[in-house]
Design a protein around this ligand. Structure first.
Ligand SMILES: [Zn+2]
Length: 107
């Protein structure tokens, strides 16, 4: 990334933080699964697994919560997941920049 003046970089980060309308926490992953049935095709050799299922996983009060989304839901909410990821990245960058500014000013 090219080096920018600090004020411009801060404005850019602020725009990233306020730009997107919605942001969903967690991650969306496509997974193949085994079920609980003993004689199912998913236990065969070679196994024919179920899915793929679209699993939305996030942490709620310290516990992992998973919800299965339909392909339509996954497509509809994909931008919200991307917004949340961009926000996390922007916050990480802003915090690192702020720590450098603090050190430059105070140490
Ligand atoms: Zn099965």
């Amino acid at each position: 990334m090219p080096k920018k003046p600090a004020a411009s970089a801060a404005r850019h980060l602020a725009a990233e933080l306020t730009g997107p309308g919605y942001a969903l926490p967690g991650t969306l992953a496509s997974r193949l699964m085994r079920c609980g049935k003993a004689n199912c095709r998913c236990k065969a050799e070679p196994p024919a697994l179920h899915g793929p299922y679209l699993h939305w996983t996030r942490t709620v009060a310290g516990k992992t919560v998973t919800r299965t989304l339909t392909p339509e839901q996954a497509e509809r909410y994909q931008p919200w997941f991307e917004n949340a990821r961009r926000l996390r990245e922007a916050l990480t960058e802003l915090e690192a920049r702020s720590l450098r500014m603090f050190r430059d000013a105070e140490d």
